[in-house]
Structure formats: structure tokens, C-alpha cells
Design a protein around this ligand. Structure first.
Ligand SMILES: Nc1nc2c(c(=O)[nH]1)N[C@H]1C(S)=C(S)[C@@H](COP(=O)(O)OP(=O)(O)OC[C@H]3O[C@@H](n4cnc5c(=O)[nH]c(N)nc54)[C@H](O)[C@@H]3O)O[C@H]1N2
Ligand SMILES: Nc1nc2c(c(=O)[nH]1)N[C@H]1C(S)=C(S)[C@@H](COP(=O)(O)OP(=O)(O)OC[C@H]3O[C@@H](n4cnc5c(=O)[nH]c(N)nc54)[C@H](O)[C@@H]3O)O[C@H]1N2
Ligand code: SF4
Ligand SMILES: [Mo]
Length: 766
């Protein structure tokens, strides 16, 4: 038994977790200094030649897709030579590092000791180099041969009483080809247990959009962004998380677009706000992009868009022809909308009536409007209803299937949208019949576990084997204590990874680390494909020498596991479907032919993905064809019942710093928010600090309060007085994940509400 203090109480133990330096937040982002910061970070870890070589290939035709975010590249001719941003450079550097985690490292560091380290330290140790196993009862990982590892997994899966005791998790960096094979493996074996990072990310968008417009993807292209006259950016921090989106916004603005930001935080790059303390440290010399900033309360967006819709109705600026021809449910929506209840609306949003009317006027006048959003909406309790309400507003004005207009959920991981297209989803995909028909087996019909249900199943002993194709399940998921105990309780955990992370040090009875090639690395003669946030599919070809000769590609690992478990078309095993795993592993074009045969929209895949790639069909975008049951876009009626926040409590949201990629911590600074050298900070407005009687700079425990009565505690956070919306607070993910109750999820999408947690602050040693 390993006994250790819970990591959330590590506030005083590690120099990384204490005493950040706090300066003034920045108003303007990106620019030359930003890219220079990324380059110096990159070059120091990659070596100068390897670094330059890697960065020149990011997002170039014939190069590799940036492993950062899912923001699209401009068409080939418009690409500059440096088609990457500071944070893209950091993502490449993190992968192309010269540091290595060897068998000697694992011999020197017991797992129990690694578990005490921060996520930052774990990631900084470098690239994994060979397959490792933690045998039952051992406190060390030791080397294992690839084939022995595959056999061990196959044996464990065969021993389960039902395939539904296995979980096949996926993170969104996985290529289309590997994702397609992964879901094929899970389903041929007999389960739809395919949770993915999307369950914690844009699931709410997928649910809301599928219900209303019939397809769970955004309806705009990059050109639409350039053409739009009104762009509303809601619950998103592009300066950090989608930096090149700022260039697209800038271009739109130069062409006359008005930009509105809706956010509890005045995020750099989007908003300039006057800070009396400083003109110090402005980055670049850009102008603020947003013309209007609505500093909304956390969770207030449903009330905001309901009010905007009601005003558009009142002002009679409805696109009647569009509504009549392409939509259903308008009358119900109109009757329910009524006139805004201003007392309730201003309380929920923290905005004034005047502010809301001003923005509603922009909607009323704009000939082409795009609404963009990300995690600020999707990780709220009312996420699905809020996004449906945005759809209502866009439908009222006919803003779908028109140039420069539409709905734009901005995706996170570079191929998270592609993975979903490839069938990484815990339900049978729409094309399950074609999949089964093509490969000659019956696709299981039952719904499987999403991420939250996978944790519950492990906790309750209903799942015994956990496999992950990428990601960092232990750190990315909510309710850290419950999730870690759940992972430790299973028979076998298997992680296909590039870098050491928290999940490796929270092992099941037996645990495997299977190290794989990253996006930047050469994979024989093969290339893979990915899909960006705007449904554009293109090739990605790694160029760098692999970090270790013992690494295998994700494709080699997935097909290797599959062959060990199910046999192969050339050597079938009685009782299992005979699938061509060896052929797939040898030539990824064979996988693309299978995708073409099974997944709609991939006709002539191999030829079309050459060069610049192609954009997948999208009925509403391409021709106002709505693949809903009625063939029309659907107006919905959504009720808003704001979350009760008792006196003395705040609504905590968890955000990314500028120096992290999800659970991968690049560094301890958050330049744009003025934080240096630490991550255990909680941002609170000066007014709230005053009324709570807590001083700027005080050290507090954050305690979350939830219906189950359990008090979840994150210890020793430094309070930072910050211009966030009143009644709200912010802290970093994943340090604050311990506060998110497993059962606190968005209605309709089961996404953890990691942006809406009721907390109190308890001064330490006060
Ligand atoms: N460099 C870098 N790039 C990334 C990532 C990364 O970690 N680092 N992660 C990738 C992934 S997987 C994703 S999903 C995306 C995430 O991209 P974002 O969604 O931009 O990421 P978050 O940091 O979660 O920021 C959420 C934003 O929503 C705001 N917000 C919070 N609550 C509310 C609310 O109630 N209403 C409104 N209107 N706003 C609110 C927050 O203040 C913050 O600005 O980025 C991707 N790109
Ligand atoms: N509190 C809170 N929790 C959140 C969020 C939040 O905003 N707040 N955001 C949620 C969101 S939006 C998301 S998307 C999830 C992210 O959840 P995940 O996708 O599970 O987590 P990541 O941190 O992106 O995964 C990083 C790990 O992926 C592995 N990796 C990197 N590149 C590759 C590769 O090419 N192949 C393979 N096989 N492995 C690779 C590395 O080992 C690295 O340690 O977290 C969610 N959790
Ligand atoms: S915007 Fe996203 S995809 Fe583009 S270079 Fe930056 S991190 Fe990479
Ligand atoms: Mo995400």
C-alpha cells in the first residue's frame, strides 16, 4: 500500500506551488514578442537545428499539422512562412524536446515518489522511450517487449466477463486513421465504451447543434470569419488558446466587422481595459480587437441570449422568409419569449439593460453575424440550453448558410473533431450499419460510457480494464480523489502516450505505458490526416527523427493490440471478425479506403487529401439543408433558473494559463494575466475581496460546496485581486479539478461543470 498525503494539499511542499509574483494584467497579446517567447522556449529544449527544422514545417503543405489547437489554416496560397503562433511553437517544443525518460529513470524513481511530483515536473522529464510495465504489487515501472505487452492486454480483455468491462478512452490529438482503427477495435471486440476528451469539452455544442440544426459541427469556414460584419466571441480566450484566430478577427475588423467579447474576464488580445496601475509591459503595439465587452457573470449567457432574442422579436427584425422556409417551432419560441424580465436578466448576467440593448441592436442591424464560443459556455450546467438559445438568435436573423454568418464552436484539440467524425463516441455512430456491413460483424447497439460514466463504472467495479489512446485521464477529469481511486481500483490500465503524466503514476493493479510517435515525427512513408474546427481535412506528415528507435506509431500500437486480441484477416481466429490489421498497419491508405467506404463525405479520400485537402459537407452551411427529423432547423424553448449562490460564496470557473496545454504545463507564468512563477492562484474581484474581508495576496483554501454535502478542498491558493465579474472567481485547471464534483454535470451533455462551481474561500493561518 502506498500512503501519501493528497496532492491537493501540497500547497506548502513544492516551490512551484507557492509565491507567484503578481503584476498587472496585459491588455494586448501576441505580436512579435509572443512568437519570440515561443521560439526561445522551443529552441532551448529542441536544440537549434532540430527546432528550426520542426517549426518551419508546422502547418505547411507537406508538413505536419500543428499539434496545438484546432483553429484552421488559411488556404495554401495565403500561408505565410511562419504559419504558427507562440503557443503552437510551445506545443511543438514540448514534443520535439531532446530530454528523455529512460528505463534508468523509472529504476531511480518509484511510482509513489513520482505521484508526489507536480504535473509540470512530470512533463519536463522528456519523451517516453520504450514500453514499460508496472507489475502487480510493484512500486516501479520496468521494461517489457512490445509483443509481450500486446499479449498481456489481449489476455486481460479476454478474461473480462463482458466487453463492456473495458474502456477505450481517446484524446483529440489522435489522427483520423488511428481513431478509426481504435473504434473498430473496440466495436469488433464488442463495446461502445469509447469516452473521449470531447465529453469534457464541446459535447454540449454537439448535443445542442445536432438537436437544432441536425449536425453537431460549426457552420462557418475561415472565409466566413473574414467576411462577417458582426463577430461575437463568447466564453473563449483566443489570445491564449487559439492565437491565430486573432489574425482572422483582425482581418475581419479591417474589413469593417464589429467585434463583441462576452466574458467574465477581460482577456488580453480581445479586450483593452484601462488599468490605472500601469502602462508597463504592453506586448506588441496592436489595438484591442473587441469594440464592446460584456463582462458577464459566470453562467449568465442563457439569460443574455434569451433577452437578445426577445428584443429582436420586439423590434420585429425577424428574417421572416428564412424562418418560414427553413425552420420549425417559431411560434412556440415567440410565445415563450415574451418581454425580457429585466430584473432577472440583469441579476443573472450582471449586465445593464442598456448594455444588452446595445448589443442586441448590433444583431438587429448586422447583415452577417457569427457567434463563436468555447469552454466558457460548454462547461456550464445550462450549456446545452445556452447554445440552443444562441441558435435561436441566429435563426431569427437567418444567419445560417449565408456568407459571413453562422455558428462557430471553436474546438480545442487539433483533431478532436476528426476523431468524432471517425466514430470516437460512446454511442453507435450514425454509420454503424455501414461499418458492420463493410467488415462483417454486428456493431453493438447499447450506449457505452462517456467520461463521467466511465469514472463511475470503475469506481463501482463495473469496469476492470482502462485503455487510453493519448490524453491524461487522471488529471483532466473532475473530482480528482474519486477518479484516482477509480483508476487505481481496476485490473489493468494502459496508456498510449508521448510524455510522462499524472495518469501513469495512478496505475491499476497492472499498468502499461506504451510510448508512441508524435505528430512531428517521421512515420515510415506514411502520413496521417486530421480535421480542423471548420471541417477541413488535410494530411499531416512528420519529418523529425523519432525520439527513440523503440517508439511505435499510434497506428502500429492500435493494430498490434487488435491483432493480439482478435487475430488478423490473414490469420483469422475463430469467433472474432477477420479484419485486415496487418494491411492497415503497413499502408495507411488502406485505412483511408475503409473510411471512404464507411463514413459519409470521404469520397475519393486519397486523391482529395493530397495537396491542400478538402472540406467535409455540412448541409446547413452548404445549402440550408437541415438533417433534422423534420428537415428544418428547430427553434427551442429554454428556461433559465440561475444557480443559487449562498451569501459569502463565489462562482468559480477553471481556466487555462498562457503556459499550458490542458494538463501539460509548459511553465509557471501566465504572462497576459500578470502571473509569474506559480499556478496556485485564485482571481477574485476587488469588490468581493472587500466584502469577504480577504486581502489581496492572502493565502486561502478553496472549498467547494455541492448537494452531496462533501466539502472538496484545494489548499493554499494565493488570492489575486483581479478585474473579474463580481461574484465570480477563477483558478487554473487542472489544480482546481479536485473541486469539481463528479455528479455536477451539464444538463443534456453530462459534461463536468468545470466553469461553474460554488466555492467559499477560507483564509489559512488567518
Ligand atoms: N495554448 C493552449 N491552447 C489550447 C489549449 C490549452 O490548454 N493551451 N487547450 C485546447 C482545448 S482542448 C480547448 S477545449 C480550447 C479551450 O479554449 P478556451 O475555451 O478559450 O479555454 P479556457 O481557458 O477554458 O477559457 C474559457 C474562457 O471562457 C470564459 N468563461 C468562463 N465562464 C464563462 C461564462 O459563464 N460565460 C462566458 N461568456 N465566458 C466564460 C473564461 O473567462 C475564459 O476566457 O483551447 C485549445 N487550445
Ligand atoms: N477543470 C477543468 N477540467 C478540464 C477542462 C477545464 O477547462 N477545466 N477542460 C477539459 C477539456 S476542454 C479537455 S479537451 C480535456 C483534456 O483532456 P486530455 O485530452 O485527456 O488531456 P491532455 O492534457 O490534452 O493530454 C496530454 C497528454 O497526451 C499525451 N499526448 C500528447 N501528444 C500525443 C500524441 O500525439 N499521441 C498520444 N497517444 N498521446 C499524446 C501526452 O502523454 C500528454 O501527457 O480536459 C478537460 N478538463
Ligand atoms: S493557432 Fe492553434 S493550430 Fe494555429 S499555430 Fe497556434 S496553436 Fe497551432
Ligand atoms: Mo478541449
Amino acid at each position: 500500500m502506498v500512503s501519501r498525503a493528497p496532492r491537493e494539499d501540497s500547497g506548502g511542499r513544492d516551490h512551484e506551488t507557492r509565491s507567484p509574483k503578481v503584476g498587472a494584467p496585459k491588455a494586448v497579446s501576441a505580436g512579435v514578442a509572443g512568437v519570440a517567447a515561443g521560439l526561445s522556449a522551443g529552441l532551448s529544449q529542441m536544440g537549434v537545428r532540430r527546432g528550426a527544422r520542426a517549426l518551419l514545417k508546422v502547418n505547411q503543405v507537406g508538413g505536419f499539422d500543428c499539434p496545438g489547437c484546432a483553429w484552421p489554416e488559411p488556404a495554401g496560397a495565403e500561408r505565410s512562412h511562419a504559419e504558427f503562433c507562440e503557443n503552437g511553437a510551445k506545443a511543438v517544443a514540448e514534443e520535439a524536446t531532446l530530454r528523455r525518460v529512460t528505463r534508468g529513470f523509472f529504476a531511480a524513481h518509484p511510482i509513489s515518489a513520482l505521484a508526489e511530483r507536480t504535473d509540470h515536473w512530470l512533463g519536463q522529464q522528456g519523451r517516453l522511450t520504450e514500453p514499460m510495465i508496472r507489475r502487480a504489487g510493484s512500486d516501479h515501472y520496468e521494461p517489457i517487449a512490445w509483443d509481450d505487452a500486446f499479449e498481456l492486454v489481449a489476455d486481460a480483455l479476454r478474461d473480462l466477463s463482458t466487453p463492456d468491462e473495458a474502456i477505450f478512452y481517446t484524446s483529440g490529438r489522435t489522427s483520423n486513421e488511428a481513431a478509426f482503427c481504435w473504434q473498430l477495435l473496440a466495436r469488433a471486440y464488442g463495446t461502445n465504451n469509447l469516452p473521449d476528451c470531447s465529453n469534457m469539452c464541446h459535447e454540449s455544442s454537439g448535443v445542442a447543434l445536432t438537436e437544432t440544426i441536425g449536425i453537431g459541427k460549426g457552420s462557418v469556414t475561415l472565409d466566413d470569419i473574414h467576411l462577417a460584419k458582426l463577430i461575437v466571441v463568447v466564453g473563449q480566450n483566443p489570445g491564449t488558446n487559439h492565437p491565430r484566430m486573432l489574425s482572422a478577427l483582425e482581418r475581419a475588423k479591417r474589413a469593417g466587422a464589429t467585434i463583441v467579447a462576452v466574458n467574465p474576464l477581460p482577456e488580453a488580445g480581445l479586450i483593452r481595459f484601462k488599468n490605472p496601475q500601469t502602462a508597463r509591459g504592453l506586448i506588441g503595439s496592436g489595438t484591442p480587437l473587441a469594440d464592446h465587452f460584456l463582462q458577464i457573470r459566470v453562467g449568465g449567457d442563457l439569460a443574455l441570449f434569451a433577452a437578445i432574442g426577445a428584443l429582436l422579436l420586439e423590434w420585429d427584425v425577424v428574417d421572416r422568409a428564412f424562418v418560414a422556409e427553413y425552420t420549425q417551432g417559431f411560434d412556440l419560441y415567440r410565445d415563450a419569449a415574451g418581454t425580457p424580465d429585466w430584473a432577472a436578466t440583469t441579476a443573472a448576467t450582471g449586465l445593464t439593460r442598456d448594455q444588452i440593448e446595445k448589443v442586441a441592436r448590433l444583431f438587429a442591424r448586422s447583415p452577417s453575424t457569427i457567434v463563436c464560443w468555447a469552454m466558457g459556455l460548454t462547461q456550464q450546467r445550462d450549456a446545452v440550453a445556452t447554445i440552443r438559445e444562441i441558435v435561436n438568435v441566429q435563426l431569427l436573423r437567418g444567419m445560417i448558410g449565408r456568407p459571413g454568418a453562422g455558428l462557430c464552436p471553436v474546438r480545442g484539440h487539433s483533431n478532436v473533431q476528426g476523431d468524432r467524425t471517425m466514430g470516437i463516441v460512446e454511442r453507435p455512430p450514425a454509420w454503424a450499419g455501414a461499418l458492420g456491413g463493410h467488415f462483417g460483424f454486428e456493431v453493438p447497439a447499447e450506449h457505452g460510457f462517456d467520461t463521467v460514466n466511465a469514472i463511475r463504472a470503475m469506481r463501482d467495479g463495473r469496469a476492470r480494464v482502462f485503455l487510453a489512446l493519448g490524453g491524461n485521464f487522471a488529471a483532466a477529469t473532475p473530482d480528482t480523489a474519486i477518479t484516482e481511486a477509480a483508476l487505481r481500483s481496476v485490473d489493468l490500465t494502459v496508456h498510449v502516450s508521448t510524455k510522462l503524466n499524472r495518469s501513469h503514476v495512478v496505475p491499476g493493479a497492472v499498468s502499461l505505458i506504451l510510448p508512441c510517435l508524435g505528430r512531428t515525427e517521421r512515420d515510415g512513408d506514411n502520413f496521417v490526416t486530421v480535421e480542423d474546427s471548420m471541417s477541413a481535412v488535410h494530411a499531416s506528415r512528420g519529418r523529425l527523427e523519432p525520439a527513440s528507435p523503440s517508439l511505435r506509431s499510434e497506428m502500429a500500437i492500435v493494430t498490434g493490440l487488435a491483432r493480439a486480441l482478435l487475430g488478423d484477416a490473414s490469420a483469422p481466429v475463430l469467433g472474432w471478425p477477420a479484419l485486415p490489421w496487418a494491411e492497415f498497419a503497413a499502408d495507411y491508405a488502406a485505412v483511408r479506403r475503409a473510411i471512404e467506404a464507411v463514413v459519409p463525405g470521404f469520397e475519393d479520400f486519397e486523391a482529395r487529401v493530397a495537396g491542400d485537402g478538402f472540406t467535409l459537407p455540412h448541409g446547413p452551411r452548404d445549402g440550408r439543408r437541415f438533417p433534422t427529423a423534420s428537415g428544418k432547423a428547430v427553434f427551442t424553448v429554454n428556461r433559465s433558473t440561475p444557480l443559487e449562490v449562498p451569501p459569502g460564496r463565489l462562482l468559480l470557473q477553471t481556466v487555462r494559463s498562457h503556459d499550458q496545454y490542458n494538463t501539460t504545463i509548459y511553465g509557471l507564468d501566465d504572462r497576459y494575466r500578470g502571473i509569474k512563477g506559480g499556478r496556485r492562484v485564485v482571481f477574485v474581484s476587488p469588490a468581493d475581496l472587500l466584502s469577504l474581508g480577504i486581502a489581496d495576496g492572502a493565502v486561502v483554501d478553496i472549498v467547494s460546496e455541492w448537494a452531496d454535502g462533501v466539502q472538496r478542498r484545494a489548499s493554499a491558493f494565493r488570492v489575486v485581486s483581479y478585474p473579474t465579474a463580481a461574484g465570480c472567481a477563477a483558478a487554473y485547471f487542472p489544480e482546481a479539478n479536485v473541486l469539481v464534483p463528479l455528479d455536477s454535470t451539464a444538463d443534456g451533455s453530462n459534461t463536468p461543470t468545470s466553469k461553474q462551481i460554488v466555492v467559499r474561500l477560507e483564509p489559512v493561518g488567518g
